[in-house]
Design a binder for this molecule. Structure first.
Ligand SMILES: Cc1cc2nc3c(=O)[nH]c(=O)nc-3n(C[C@H](O)[C@H](O)[C@H](O)COP(=O)(O)OP(=O)(O)OC[C@H]3O[C@@H](n4cnc5c(N)ncnc54)[C@H](O)[C@@H]3O)c2cc1C
Length: 293
């Protein structure tokens, strides 16, 4: 590793990334970097040389492999946790939790953010993934996305220049999302609260909670449901080591407590093979898998 720039934030060496993911598995980051604020992150990027850099958000869509991540892992902290209501847009930092943004919008009687109450993770990760549920997607709330490139240049991407698709923003992997400008649409607080309640109830009925999971494992193929393909292929009772398929939703993998990332990834790949053999359908991972095996 080349020498590290003198920053105002924090470096943590050999940091166990299992503490930062919903699966609670995975190896260590050679260096975890928590920048103090935007200027600190810019300074770091302008001065770091020849080192691989990854960024993580809330770790709710991530499987970090057991060998960990070489180089730098950036985790945005409190310096990126702000929601400022402007006249024509909401300026929202990338480390704001989805649920916190949704709560703030509810109090301000701004509609459209209800579904974010039910999706774990941060706004940065959710924009990168184009997170969505119940027929809504974050792309419909975005006016622009503010990123830093690998050299620390600040760039504002207009929504129309972003190739949002189902569970993908197409945003360059060398960009670090630092903030976003979001739409304001006035609503009625009682209605907003009703919608949130409805969404939360729907989720409770159909998806596991209080388990170690990464949410939907595979993207739904066109006009098909991944969970149904998994069920029809007879995968429901499959397990590898401490990794199993959720009893409540078979597109969710669960760490029963003793799984490592290899168990989870192997189980996922076994499901893919079986589904392909039985149905001819290729499932693509929605969960991002990073790091060394
Ligand atoms: C119980 C459960 C339910 C879920 N339900 C849903 C659902 O209904 N709908 C849905 O869409 N998803 C769902 N998910 C998946 C996940 O919550 C979303 O994808 C979420 O938006 C990921 O945000 P995150 O901050 O946790 O990102 P992470 O998991 O930390 O990262 C995901 C990806 O985004 C990238 N990334 C993160 N932050 C940044 C940044 N600042 N700049 C650039 N790239 C970044 C990472 O490098 C990684 O590639 C669920 C997950 C769980 C555990």
């Amino acid at each position: 590793m080349t020498s590290l720039p003198k920053i105002k934030g924090i470096y943590k060496r050999n940091f166990s990334l299992s503490k930062l993911t919903w699966f609670q598995t995975g190896g260590k980051a050679e260096i975890l970097f928590i920048p103090k604020d935007l200027l600190d992150l810019q300074f770091f990027l302008k001065n770091i040389k020849n080192t691989s850099i990854n960024i993580i958000g809330g770790g709710s869509n991530l499987l970090i492999r057991d060998g960990g991540i070489k180089g730098i892992v950036i985790k945005l902290g409190s310096g990126f946790d702000f929601v400022n209501l402007k006249k024509k847009y909401i300026l929202c930092g990338a480390s704001v939790k989805n649920i916190n943004l949704s709560n703030k919008m509810t109090k301000r009687k701004i509609k459209g953010y209800e579904f974010l109450s039910t999706i774990p993770g941060t706004i940065g990760g959710s924009i990168f993934m184009n997170a969505g549920c119940f027929g809504r997607e974050i792309k419909n709330l975005v006016k622009s996305v503010i990123v830093l490139d690998k050299k620390g240049n600040l760039i504002e991407l207009d929504k129309n220049s972003i190739n949002f698709k189902y569970r993908s923003s197409g945003i360059n992997k060398n960009y670090f999302i630092v903030a976003t400008k979001l739409k304001i649409s006035k609503g009625n607080e009682t209605n907003i609260r009703k919608i949130i309640k409805k969404f939360l109830n729907l989720r409770k009925k159909t998806q596991p909670n209080k388990v170690l999971t990464g949410g939907s494992t595979f993207i739904n193929p066109k006009r098909k449901k991944a969970w149904k393909l998994i069920k029809d292929a007879g995968c429901e009772n499959m397990f590898v080591g401490g990794a199993k398929i959720s009893d409540k939703h078979c597109n969710f993998l669960v760490n029963t407590g003793s799984a490592n990332s290899k168990d989870l990834e192997t189980l996922g790949n076994k499901i893919r093979s079986k589904v392909f053999k039985k149905t001819g359908e290729k499932l693509d991972w929605e969960i991002k898998r990073i790091g060394v095996r």
